[in-house]
Design a protein around this ligand. Structure first.
Ligand SMILES: Cc1cc2nc3c(=O)[nH]c(=O)nc-3n(C[C@H](O)[C@H](O)[C@H](O)COP(=O)(O)OP(=O)(O)OC[C@H]3O[C@@H](n4cnc5c(N)ncnc54)[C@H](O)[C@@H]3O)c2cc1C
Length: 399
C-alpha cells in the first residue's frame, strides 16, 4: 500500500473470477486488496463431489497455470473431456468434436467450483502481499481525482486507485454505480445432479437438444467404482423443473434416461438434485471513473455452452494486460482510456457469446416446424464443414 494508505486495486468479490484477478494482479506487481462477504466452503477429497461443476476451457487452464493454481486443481480432482457429442431430438443431425482434430490432448476439464475456489483462496491466504478482508460488505462508494473509496457496513473505509466489482450476477456495486443491465429471464431452471450410468462416459461431454429443454452430461473423475459418474445439467421450463424436482429417484432416473436417448444406457443412481434459475444479464457499461466490472457482475449467459466463468477469466487476462501496459508506460493505470480499452475488448466478445447462446437457445427451444427443420440440417452441415466446425470448437474451448 502507498504511504497515503491507498491500494493500487481493490476487488470486491472473491468468487473464481475476483480471486483469479487478485492473484494475477499481485503477480504483475500491483498492490491489491480483496473484499469478500463470506469465506468459500472448504473442499476435502473425502467429501462427495460437489454438485456445482464447470467445464474449463483451454484459455482458463492457461490462466490457472500462470497463477500456479492448475497443478493443485488437476491433481485433486478434475476430469478431462476429449470429445463432445451434440445431437437433437427433432432431427437426425449430429455434431462431434474431437480434441485430436484440434491437435490438443483435451477439449477441457470438468472441475468442481468449490475445488477451484478452495485452491485460489489458499493461494490468496498464503500471499502476504494481498490485503484480504473477509467478512466485508460494501455500503457506499465515492470517487476523487486520484482514488475511489469504499465505505464498509462496519464503518471502515478502503481506498484504491481502481475498484473492480467481481461480486456476481446481482452485483451490489453495479447497482450503487447506477449501471443498467439488459436482462432476459429464460423462465427456465437448470437442474443439476450427479448420476451413474450403465456405460462409462468415455471422457465425452454430451449434449442433447429436446423440444423445450437441453440436457448436458459432463464426465466426472470421481473414481468411486465403475467408469465414473456424470454431472447432469438439465435446463427445463420452470413448471417442468418443479415436477422433475418432486419425482422420486427411480422415476427421475427413468425420465432422464429416456430424455437422454439412453446414450449411456440406463441411469442407475442419482444424488440429490439442485436447481438454478436461468437468465441473461448484460451490463450496459463495464466502466465508470476509477471503476470496472468483471465476470458475472458484467455478464451472465445461458449455461448451455458452459462458458460463464471462462468468459470471466478472459476478462481477468484482458484487464490485467491493460493495467500492466499502462503502468509500465508510466501512465495512470486507472485512467479512462485504459479502462475503455478493457471495455472495448471484452464487452463485444461477451455480448457476441451471450447472444449466440441466446440464439441457440431460441432455435432449439422451438418445435415450430420451419425452425425444427433448420435444426437438424444445421448440425449435419456444421459437422461436415471442417472450418466452420473448427470455429465452433474454438468457441466451445473458449479461445
Ligand atoms: C447450472 C449452471 C452451470 C454452469 N456451468 C458452467 C460451465 O460449465 N462453465 C462455465 O464457464 N460457467 C458455467 N456456469 C457459470 C459460472 O458458474 C459463473 O459464470 C461463475 O460462477 C461466475 O463467477 P464470478 O466469480 O464472476 O461470480 P460469483 O461466483 O457469483 O462470485 C461472486 C463473489 O462475490 C461475493 N459477493 C457478492 N456480493 C458481495 C458484496 N456486496 N461484498 C463482498 N462480496 C460479495 C460472493 O460471496 C461471491 O464469492 C454455470 C452456471 C450455472 C447456473
Amino acid at each position: 500500500m502507498s504511504r497515503r494508505g491507498i491500494h493500487d486495486v481493490a476487488i470486491v468479490g472473491a468468487g473464481m473470477v475476483g480471486s483469479a484477478l487478485a492473484l494475477a494482479l499481485t503477480k504483475a506487481g500491483f498492490d491489491v486488496a480483496l473484499l469478500e462477504s463470506r469465506p468459500p466452503a472448504p473442499w476435502r477429497a473425502e467429501d462427495e463431489v460437489d454438485l456445482r461443476v464447470v467445464a474449463l476451457a483451454a484459455s482458463s487452464i492457461a490462466l490457472f497455470e500462470r497463477l500456479d493454481a492448475w497443478k493443485p486443481i488437476r491433481t485433486a480432482r478434475a476430469c478431462t473431456y476429449r470429445h463432445m457429442q451434440v445431437w437433437d431430438a427433432l432431427a437426425p443431425g449430429e455434431l462431434h468434436f474431437d480434441a485430436a482434430d484440434e491437435g490438443a490432448a483435451a477439449l477441457g476439464y470438468i472441475v468442481e467450483n468449490r475445488l477451484i475456489q478452495h485452491v485460489l483462496w489458499r493461494a490468496l491466504q498464503a500471499d502476504a502481499g494481498i490485503a484480504l478482508h473477509c467478512p466485508a460488505k460494501v455500503a457506499a462508494t465515492e470517487v476523487d481525482a486520484d482514488r475511489r473509496t469504499l465505505a464498509l457496513d462496519d464503518g471502515s473505509r478502503i481506498a484504491a486507485r481502481l475498484i473492480v466489482a467481481a461480486d456476481g450476477a446481482d452485483s451490489a456495486l453495479r447497482n450503487l454505480l447506477g449501471i443498467a443491465t439488459q436482462d432476459r429471464d429464460y423462465a427456465q431452471r437448470a437442474i443439476v445432479a450427479h448420476v451413474r450410468t450403465e456405460r462409462g462416459h468415455v471422457e465425452t461431454a454430451w449434449q442433447r437438444f429436446l423440444p423445450a429443454s437441453t440436457i448436458a452430461f459432463l464426465p466426472l473423475a470421481d473414481g468411486r467404482g465403475g467408469a465414473g459418474r456424470c454431472s447432469i445439467v438439465w435446463s427445463v421450463p420452470n413448471a417442468e423443473a418443479e415436477r422433475l424436482l418432486a419425482l422420486d429417484d427411480a422415476t427421475f432416473c427413468n425420465e432422464l434416461g429416456a430424455a437422454f436417448d439412453f446414450r449411456l444406457g440406463r441411469i442407475t443412481a442419482t444424488t440429490t438434485r439442485a436447481a438454478f434459475p436461468l437468465r441473461m444479464k448484460l451490463a450496459e457499461r463495464y466502466i465508470a471513473p476509477r471503476f470496472a466490472l468483471i465476470g458475472d457482475a458484467a455478464h451472465v449467459v445461458h449455461p448451455l455452452a458452459g462458458q460463464g466463468v471462462n468468459l470471466g477469466l478472459r476478462d481477468v487476462d484482458e484487464l490485467c494486460a491493460a493495467l500492466s501496459e499502462a503502468r509500465d508506460a508510466k501512465r495512470d493505470f486507472a485512467a479512462d482510456f485504459v479502462l475503455r480499452r478493457y471495455e472495448r475488448r471484452r464487452r463485444s466478445d461477451n455480448a457476441i457469446a451471450a447472444h449466440s447462446f441466446d440464439a441457440i437457445q431460441r432455435v432449439f427451444g422451438s418445435d415450430a416446424l420451419p425452425l425444427a427443420a433448420l435444426r437438424g440440417a444445421g448440425l449435419r452441415i456444421v459437422d461436415r464443414l471442417a472450418p466452420l466446425k473448427q470455429m465452433f470448437a474454438r468457441r466451445a474451448a473458449g479461445q
